[in-house]
Design a protein. Structure first.
Length: 214
């Protein structure tokens, strides 16, 4: 009868533990990134904190007249078509020299355009608005609130750029940005004419005729 072998046996190969199935990692594609960016932007637009902000810089338009001359947030404040309008915006000069920018509104062939010249120092900006040093008033708006007014900006070193500025009601943050009322020209009054002084009537005394002596 054979005796059982009690010697320790050499360890055999240990089976590797079963791996859990790997989950697919979602990739953040460009479309999803844009979608998230749009969603975040939409949240900021729809949030109450944003809607009660008294000033919205996106109401106006931005125009680059040249690499150094920039128009920022240009708009027109007017109550109705045919009424007055006030041009509002900022002109930025990033150059090393003072520039003169000529702003004009295109009112059609039947009306003369409104024009304003603005001098902007180097590396500075100038505000165009009612009550500022530089004001621009449109005497008779060809369009009403909610529409676009054709304008142009020209500089000697850059030529002219044409653009459209939105016309907004004078409400909310723009309530005080209205064109000054027009003062009708004074009607000259005729100076009172000097009344003729009464002439004194001269009464001639009758002359006595000489009587003939006999």
């Amino acid at each position: 009868m054979k005796r059982a072998d009690t010697r320790p046996q050499a360890p055999g190969p240990v089976p590797a533990p079963a791996r859990a199935p790997r989950r697919a990692r979602p990739l953040l594609g460009a479309g999803l990134a844009v979608l998230l960016a749009g969603a975040l932007g939409g949240c900021s637009v729809m949030s109450p904190a944003t809607t009660i902000t008294p000033y919205a810089p996106s109401d106006g338009v931005n125009v680059n007249v040249s690499d150094d001359i920039l128009l920022r947030n240009f708009l027109v404040v007017g109550a109705e078509k045919g009424g007055q309008g006030a041009v509002v915006g900022a002109i930025v000069n990033q150059g090393d020299r003072t520039v003169t920018v000529e702003l004009a509104t295109q009112l059609g062939e039947a009306a003369q355009p409104s024009q304003t010249r603005v001098s902007v120092p180097p590396h500075g900006s100038v505000q165009v608005a009612p009550g500022e040093k530089n004001e621009m008033v449109v005497g008779e708006l060809p369009v009403g609130p909610g529409e676009m007014l054709e304008m142009s900006a020209a500089a000697a070193s850059a030529g002219a750029r044409y653009f459209e500025a939105p016309v907004l009601q004078p409400e909310g943050p723009y309530a005080s940005l209205t064109a000054p009322p027009t003062t009708p020209p004074a009607t000259p009054t005729a100076a009172p004419s000097a009344s003729a002084s009464p002439t004194e009537s001269v009464t001639e005394e009758p002359t006595e005729e000489p009587t003939a002596t006999p």
